[in-house]
Design a protein around this ligand. Structure first.
Ligand SMILES: [Zn+2]
Length: 257
């Protein structure tokens, strides 16, 4: 079914409802098309300040190493969401137990701004070296104050990934100033991005990666694309590059490549 057909079906379904009963009819996502889906579980891990759902999609195989990828933690850095949407479409994924959170900060995305609807920078709100900051990097009134932060903390505690990849823009590189710099460098080579050390002026206060890297066995790394990465790079190349570097593959469950 084409996008136009899906939209038409949505409109038709809405129009057929009795007056006063008009509710949005959400069409099946392209990833849900019969025989094509790789999504084995869809979980609403929490709600944003304005009540939007924060959705995690489970791809791949249970009992394999758990990997979490997240995008749009900053609402004006949403292009890498396309990588995660692309991973969630197409043939099934094997070799890893992959969860993707395509839109971490849905209110920020809706408003095209970095912060959530409280004006908080979600990457300064985690309870690790948290300090009160204001302005662009507003850290919130206290550590873990924001519903988006609570949702992601709860989710990560539950699934305990061995690796987290957190996508941002526009600094263009993979952060090697992290818990597993060897993996960061491998990731940089795989994604054809430079290896860089993103030091937040000394100490990174209240970041998700800092919190996870210091409280859990697994490691979290930041990947920054440029301001305007191409569609081909995000939807075509990056998903393949990521699966390869993580030991995953699409298609035949017994294939190894
Ligand atoms: Zn960012």
């Amino acid at each position: 079914m084409t996008r136009v057909q899906r939209r038409f079906r949505t409109v038709a379904a809405a129009v057929l409802l009795p007056a006063g009963m008009l509710v949005p009819v959400v069409p099946a996502a392209p990833a849900q098309a019969a025989g094509e889906t790789t999504v084995i579980q869809r979980k609403v891990i929490g709600r944003s300040v304005q009540g939007r759902p924060i959705v995690a999609l489970r791809l791949g195989e249970p009992d394999r190493p758990v990997v979490v990828m997240m995008a749009a933690m900053h609402g004006n850095e949403a292009a890498p969401t396309q990588i995660l949407r692309s991973l969630a479409a197409g043939p099934a994924i094997h070799g890893i137990d992959l969860w993707v959170v395509p839109t971490y900060n849905p209110d920020g995305v809706a408003a095209h701004r970095r912060q959530n609807a409280h004006g908080v920078d979600l990457n300064r709100n985690f309870p690790y070296h948290w300090i009160r900051q204001t302005g662009t990097y507003d850290s919130g009134p206290k550590a873990g104050s924001e519903p988006e932060t609570k949702a992601v903390m709860r989710f990560l505690r539950r699934v305990q990934p061995s690796r987290i990849i957190s996508f941002h823009q526009p600094l263009y590189g993979v952060d090697t100033d992290t818990k597993d710099p060897a993996f960061a460098r491998r990731l940089a080579r795989a994604l054809k991005l430079p290896s860089k050390a993103f030091v937040c002026g000394g100490v990174c206060h209240g970041t998700m990666t800092g919190w996870y890297n210091h409280r859990f066995a697994g490691s979290a790394v930041t990947v920054e694309y440029d301001a305007h990465p191409s569609r081909a790079r995000l939807r075509g190349k990056a998903p393949r590059q990521l699966l390869r570097v993580l030991g995953g593959w699409r298609g035949d469950p017994v294939a190894s490549g």
